[in-house]
Every structure is written in structure tokens, then in C-alpha cells.
Design a protein around this ligand. Structure first.
Ligand code: PLP
Length: 383
């Protein structure tokens, strides 16, 4: 057994990021400035789009996208029960009503057939999550959206590198939202990005992200003299700082080698666990690119001989940090009390949420770390 805890989701921070932060601090310009502009430009170029708007989290990115989509009180937004709570909370923050559609048990992604069943005259948007980095079924979701005149806001928190039928995710919907939280594939500590397909939507997100201060007002006054700003709506304080952006610029440069390392670890796990009594993730579908953000196994007590929570505790006792992504949304009291959601109504998400365990999958892991994880899994299962 290893003698030090292997931390789950630890980012790979190297000298480039440290030097970058140091230079920003020495420049004296810590807030929103040239490094944020550079990160937006680099991210847009990586995604092959015209514009990107940096914000301080994916939660902020999703909140602003829903507002910019014109969604508010009286509207319904369909999303998945197999996600982080933020996906649902931002719909509530916008004053709209979240509606859940169960997931496909093989992909863990929202099932288009279940989405179809939940559409009413009040439905305004679909919010798919590309779970673990595996693309949602965008052909089916886009076709439903166009048939019913719905917006699509993609939660791409796991999916920076994900592609579906040759197209990068975050570019299918009206909006694509990304996270640079510590555990994500590109980490800035806290941070997020919005890709808005329409120029107007992009401008609205930019304005809303900084107090509702109009950018046009700045342009009108040119480069000379004091420039007044005009507040055109009650916006939010969701801007990213240069200290964060400079980390993102450096991390994004390494996105491919980091992806390749996670892909290698993901396949090493698949091979090592092939004969164990665990549910393993399906391989990536043809003509897609999986971002390999999470490696999740299902622990079914009847088959594994140990409960999911017993497995979590035993892994930690073996000094391997583990995660749960996620207990399904209807398991939480807030949603039960306010929306009447019951776990039994979402059987696939509920079963996954009660059996799933995420194993470490950071590009920072050494080969020895990966073997320690495999050894611990075998020990815990008594193999
Ligand atoms: C991490 C995450 C978020 C929230 O991202 P933040 O940047 O922490 O706000 C939203 N959705 C999913 C699926 C996530 O994993």
C-alpha cells in the first residue's frame, strides 16, 4: 500500500503557470486585462470560433447563457439528473423551472427519447451535459430543438477536448459553457468560458458579466480622456482576473499532451479491470472524441461483494483519493421539497448515482501512481 494519499483530481501545475502568475503580479495588473483577452482569443482559436467570453466559473457561464437566451419565469428548461447541482441551480437562478429527463444507462448522457417526453408548450431550452467527457447525442438533441424551436445550452464542464461527428462540443448549441475549476481538464483554480454562436448573444454575456456596463459606451469615447461607462442593465460580477487567465493560457498550450496522458491511463484501467466484478465505462463511440475527464466504475454490491460506500472508504483507507460523480439530482432534499422529484422516477440516474466511483485520472499521475490505484482496487475487491 502507498504511504501517502493520492489526491483525487489534482491539477498538473508546472513552472510555466508559476512564472505566468509571477509576471502578472509583477505587472501590477491583477484584474481583468490583457491576459483575459489573450485567453479568450486562444480558447476561441482552439475551438475554431470567432469569440469567447471569459468569466469566473462555469456556473456563471451557464447563468449568463440562460439569461442571454431570454429564459426566465414561466419557462421550462430540460436537463439531466446525472450532473453537478450547478447545472440545475442556474436554471432556478434565472427564475425558470428545471425539468429532468433521465439518462441513457450506457453513456450516462441525457436520453433524447426522455427529453422528447418532457417537452411542453413552456419548454424553452435543453441543457445537455457531455458527461465525463463523452459527447451527448447531439444529432438527436439538435433535431428535437429545431423541431420545437428550443435553445441548446451545452454544459461542457467535462468536455474541453470532446468532439462529436467531427465537430467540437460547445459549438452545437446557442451557447457552450466551460469550466476551469481545479479538477477540470484545463485548470485556472476558478474560471469559466462562454462560446455564444451569435454576436449579439456574445455581447450580452460580456455586458452581463461586468455589472451590465455597456462596452459601446467605452468605444464611443475612443482612447482619449476619461471614459464614462453606461449601465444598461443590472448585471453581475462574473469577470475573470488576469491572474487566473495566465494560468489558463499556459494550461491550454498543454491540453493535447494532458489529454493523451489521460487517454493512456483510461485504457490502462479498462484493461486492468476487465475481469473484475465492476461495471466499466463503455469505450468511446465511433466518430467521436472522448475528453477522458472522469474514469468511473459501477460498484453493484450483489456482484462486487462490497457496497459502493464501503468501496469508497476502503479505497481511501488504501490511500487512494476517490470521487462520486454524482449522486443523482433527485436524491437531494432541496429538489425533492421544491420540485417533488423522486429518485425512482429517474431509475438510470439513480442507479448510477448509487453505484458510481470515480478513480484518479489526472495527467499528473505517474505510472507508479496508476499501478497503486489498480492494486488498491484489486485489494478492496479481494482479488
Ligand atoms: C464543475 C461543473 C460545473 C460547475 O463548474 P464551476 O466552474 O465550478 O462553476 C457545472 N457542471 C458540471 C457538469 C461540472 O462538472
Amino acid at each position: 500500500m502507498r504511504d501517502k494519499l493520492l489526491i483525487f483530481g489534482s491539477p498538473k501545475i508546472e513552472q510555466d503557470e508559476i512564472d505566468g502568475v509571477r509576471s502578472v503580479m509583477e505587472s501590477g495588473w491583477l484584474g481583468t486585462g490583457p491576459k483575459v483577452a489573450q485567453f479568450e482569443k486562444d480558447f476561441a482559436a482552439y475551438k475554431g470560433v470567432q469569440q469567447a467570453a471569459a468569466v469566473n466559473s462555469c456556473t456563471a457561464a451557464m447563468h449568463l447563457s440562460i439569461l442571454a437566451a431570454g429564459i426566465g419565469p414561466g419557462d421550462e428548461v430540460i436537463t439531466t439528473p446525472m450532473t453537478f447541482c450547478a447545472t440545475v441551480n442556474v436554471i432556478i437562478h434565472a427564475g425558470a423551472t428545471p425539468v429532468l429527463a433521465d439518462v441513457d444507462p450506457r453513456t450516462f448522457n441525457i436520453d433524447p427519447a426522455r427529453v422528447q417526453e418532457k417537452i411542453t408548450s413552456r419548454t424553452k431550452a435543453i441543457v445537455p451535459v457531455h458527461f465525463a467527457g463523452r459527447p451527448a447525442n447531439m444529432d438527436a438533441l439538435c433535431s428535437i430543438a429545431s423541431r420545437h424551436g428550443l435553445k441548446i445550452i451545452e454544459d461542457c464542464a467535462h468536455a474541453i477536448e470532446t468532439e462529436y461527428h467531427g465537430q467540437k462540443v460547445g459549438t452545437f448549441g446557442d451557447f457552450g459553457c466551460f469550466s476551469f475549476y481545479i479538477t477540470k481538464n484545463v485548470a485556472t483554480g476558478e474560471g469559466g468560458m462562454v462560446l455564444a454562436r451569435k454576436e449579439d448573444d456574445h455581447a450580452r454575456v460580456k455586458t452581463l458579466s461586468l455589472h451590465g456596463m455597456s462596452r459601446d459606451a467605452w468605444k464611443r469615447f475612443g482612447n482619449e480622456g476619461y471614459r464614462h461607462y453606461q449601465v444598461t442593465e443590472a448585471g453581475y460580477k462574473y469577470n475573470m482576473m488576469d491572474m487566473q487567465a495566465v494560468i489558463g493560457v499556459e494550461q491550454l498550450r498543454k491540453v493535447e499532451p494532458f489529454w493523451r496522458r489521460r487517454e493512456e491511463i483510461w485504457h490502462r484501467y479498462q484493461n486492468a479491470f476487465a475481469n473484475l466484478p465492476l461495471g466499466l465505462p463503455a469505450n468511446a463511440e465511433p466518430d467521436t472524441r472522448h475528453a477522458y475527464h472522469l474514469y468511473t466504475v459501477l460498484v453493484d454490491e450483489a456482484r462486487a461483494g462490497i457496497s459502493r460506500d464501503g468501496f469508497l472508504n476502503a479505497m481511501t483507507a488504501n490511500n487512494i483519493g476517490v470521487g462520486v460523480h454524482y449522486l443523482s439530482i433527485p436524491e437531494h432534499p432541496y429538489y425533492q421539497e421544491n420540485y417533488g422529484w423522486k429518485p425512482d422516477d429517474y431509475p438510470n440516474a439513480t442507479r448510477i448515482g448509487r453505484q458510481t466511483v470515480s478513480l484518479p485520472l489526472s495527467p499528473k499521475l505517474t505510472d507508479a501512481d496508476v499501478e497503486d490505484v489498480i492494486e488498491a482496487v484489486k485489494t478492496v475487491l479481494g482479488k
